[in-house]
Design a protein around this ligand. Sequence first.
Ligand code: FES
Length: 56
Amino acid sequence: MATEVILKLIQNGPVKVEGTTTVVHPDGKEEEKTSCYICRCTKSNNKPWCDGSHAK
Ligand code: FES
């Protein structure tokens, strides 16, 4: 059964992911998340996650 995942684009900020999803990293590692913020600005020191650097 599919569950709904919602992507919210925050103006001048990250993508907020709401709903359980699997994130596959470049090295193939998989990580399950129920809610997360993905960096869109490339300034994060903790990619792929937003660390608030977009606001600096
Ligand atoms: S979007 Fe927040 S650090 Fe890039």
